[in-house]
Design a protein around this ligand. Structure first.
Ligand SMILES: Nc1ncnc2c1ncn2[C@@H]1O[C@H](COP(=O)(O)OP(=O)(O)OP(=O)(O)O)[C@@H](O)[C@H]1O
Length: 663
């Protein structure tokens, strides 16, 4: 095995080889621009090579590898890898075609052994080495001798380097975890593309990290299949997306669409529903209501179809026409394909008559006939637009039924409106998506990863299900962190709304973010949250928790921030939404520079409603009782807030603490 100097020299050689790869890719771009004949191929290949050159160039001086595995001679489990040593990095590096790679991509099949091997099951490995870097300088390494169970670390997950990485102070956006993925996480990351999984994970167990690494893994293992339809990552809000935005690009994946369900639905939202109306619109009954609103437009023919064709007149009698409509309605996959089918069948009936008379029914003739029968079809099966259907429904919900009279009143517009003058709400956007899909099929993604999935309404789940109808999904969430009025109580129901009732549900309960003292406090809320989830066990023994009663919240907050600024790490001040403006003003008056939840400043001021999915090295949580009192699921919100802290949580309160937090 190499010593530290030799490893440094190897790292230099790897960087040199990477530079040659970048230069080669750039040259290919230049050469390729002149030589490819077919324009489409040239563009695709050119785009690919440019992206490769850019990514590899941007990688610059990053550590070329983070670990190695050295297979032994004696363990039969080594198989074809006997006596081989593999370096693992964020990307594959090779110095010449035909020669073994200098660094293997962390996603390659052999790399799984790095994450999965243990002293109990060494999988043929003699030594697992983890490298410590300070910036781009190799500073140390740590060996585990898996056949003998000896090592520099104190055992399997007790590796010092792993512990240091997990416990490091957090600054800036989320980072990748390729060097320290834990075995249970690796299994989930590498789950086959055909399998949908649902990860119920306590706070900080790495659900988001697993989801993002899974996206990168799937793109590596199934590049051509996924490139066509793409991978979609859905997160709860923009602050969260900002926080995670750097992870996939660092892993070399720049083409994954990362968005929120609201952005995905792409409707301008100009009004807000009251909570009662929103809850009704998000209820799964709306699916059947909208189906009826759409299919209820199909009528029965009141006359025969008569088409003039030069000196002929073709006729499909009323009864025959009605049969066509009834059959197409029964089989329609979407409203508009059903309509097309009626037109096609009418044209076929006319064609049969024309051919019997020796007519030449070419393409032009068929199109002319289709135009001629369309007005008849329009009368019984009109073309519809999603916004017109919904505007008509919300102008008079009584026309469809299924809701109680009170419910109908709650969602009805105060006066009938046309689609053009409608001011849609966020819930309407979901309903419009449902109607659009009833009318016409929407395209699907190659794989969809849904984070914070416990918060989705049944109707939002259906919007996601449509976009992953023929593919698998990865569902990430925590029932205890459900804060919406429609949050899921159990995964089985949520998965059936997501169209994947058979998805396997896997629980993660080892928390990597929140220190044990804070976890112990947050776990006390679980009983009151009325969901069945395993409590978190913290991987971390470090960390601090203080709970202080104060007279002046803002003044105490300023004082705590001043203390926190003297050590490294991000600081998040989290309070009930309505209390935040006053806190922000007080901090400004005290000369403390702050940023919003999606900013990159040292001190972020975060409304409790936006804290989900985020983390700060040092969290100052203000007035827990107010966070609980501010909303129906206030206790769940408090659970989210308390579990954002990485190194330290300070709770400041001027009122009584909620009973669950009292000792
Ligand atoms: N194997 C690991 N090695 C290093 N850090 C890790 C590992 N797993 C998770 N982490 C870190 O722990 C923190 C929490 O991870 P993540 O945000 O993915 O958890 P989560 O389960 O989505 O949490 P929440 O439900 O609270 O949003 C992140 O900083 C992440 O990088």
């Amino acid at each position: 095995m190499r010593d530290l100097d030799e490893e440094r020299a190897y790292a230099d050689r790897c960087r040199e080889a990477l530079r040659r790869m970048v230069a080669g890719a750039r040259e290919n771009v230049v050469v390729g621009e002149d030589t490819w004949g077919d324009r489409y191929t040239a563009e695709r290949l050119g785009f690919y090579l440019k992206t490769l050159a850019r990514d590899m160039g941007e990688e610059g001086d990053n550590p070329p590898f983070f670990g190695l595995i050295a297979y032994g001679d004696s363990d039969p489990a080594a198989g074809e890898h006997r006596r081989q040593t593999y370096y693992l990095g964020r990307r594959h590096i090779s110095d010449a075609i035909g020669r073994p790679p200098m660094v293997i991509d962390w996603r390659a099949p052999v790399s799984a052994t790095f994450y999965q091997a243990s002293a109990v099951e060494p999988r043929g490995i003699d030594t697992r080495r983890r490298f410590g870097w300070s910036g781009n300088r190799l500073t140390s390494f740590e060996d585990e001798h898996l056949q003998t169970g000896l090592g520099d670390g104190s055992g399997d997950s007790g590796s010092e380097l792993v512990r240091r990485e997990i416990e490091r102070a957090r600054v800036g956006p989320m980072r990748d975890i390729v060097a320290t993925i834990q075995p249970e996480q690796d299994t989930l990351v590498r789950t086959s593309l055909d399998v949908s999984v649902c990860i119920q994970g306590a706070p900080g167990t790495g659900k988001t990290a697993v989801g993002l690494h899974r996206a990168a893994y799937l793109l590596y293992a199934h590049r051509s299949r996924l490139e066509r339809n793409g991978v979609l990552v859905l997160g709860p809000n923009r602050a969260f997306l900002h926080y995670i935005s750097a992870v996939l690009p660092t892993l070399g994946e720049v083409d994954v669409e990362q968005t929120t369900i609201e952005q995905l639905l792409d409707r301008e939202v100009r009004a807000v529903d009251d909570p009662v109306a929103a809850a009704i619109k998000h209820d799964v009954r709306m699916a059947e209501i909208l189906r009826r609103a759409v299919y209820g437009r199909i009528g029965r023919p009141a006359q025969a179809v008569v088409v003039r064709d030069e000196s002929y007149k073709w006729r499909v009698n009323q009864h025959e026409f009605a049969e066509m409509v009834i059959e197409a309605e029964a089989d329609a996959t979407t409203y508009l394909t059903g309509r097309e089918r009626v037109i096609a069948r009418l044209v076929a009936a006319v064609q049969r008559q024309a051919e019997a008379r020796g007519q030449n029914c070419n393409g032009v003739w068929l199109r002319r006939m289709a135009r001629a029968v369309t007005p008849y079809v329009e009368e019984v099966w009109p073309v519809l637009k999603a916004d017109e259907v919904l505007a008509e429904y919300l102008s008079d919900p009584g026309q469809v039924g299924l809701l109680t009279a009170d419910e109908q009143r709650a969602i009805a517009w105060s006066r009938p409106r046309k689609a053009k003058s409608a001011r849609w709400t966020a819930a309407d956007a979901v309903l419009l998506d449902e109607v659009s899909a009833l009318l016409e099929r929407s395209p699907t993604y190659g794989h969809v990863i849904v984070d914070e999935a416990q918060d989705l309404s049944p109707m939002q789940c259906r919007a996601i299900a449509r976009r992953s109808e023929h593919t698998s999904i990865t569902v990430l969430g925590d029932l205890a962190q459900g804060t919406t009025a429609w949050a899921a109580d159990d995964w089985a129901t949520q998965l059936s709304h997501l169209g994947k009732p058979a998805a396997e549900i896997v629980a993660l309960s080892t928390g990597y973010r929140v220190p044990a003292t804070v976890v112990e406090l947050a776990n006390r809320l679980l009983d009151a949250l009325a969901v069945v989830v395993p409590p978190t066990t913290s991987f971390r023994s470090d960390g601090e928790l203080t709970i202080t009663r104060v007279d002046d919240l803002a003044a105490a907050c300023v004082e705590h921030i001043r203390g926190a600024l003297s050590v490294e790490g991000s600081i998040g001040v989290i309070a009930a939404d309505h209390q935040l403006p006053a806190v922000s003003d007080a901090l400004k008056a005290a000369g403390i520079e702050t940023s919003a939840a999606d900013g990159d400043g040292r001190v972020a001021v975060v409304p409790a409603s936006l804290a989900k999915g985020l983390e700060y090295d040092h969290v100052i949580a203000l007035e827990p009782a107010e966070i609980v009192a501010s909303e129906t699921r206030g206790l769940n919100r408090l659970y989210v807030v308390l579990t954002r802290a990485v190194s330290r949580l300070d709770i400041l309160h001027s009122r009584e603490l909620p009973p669950e937090l009292r000792t």
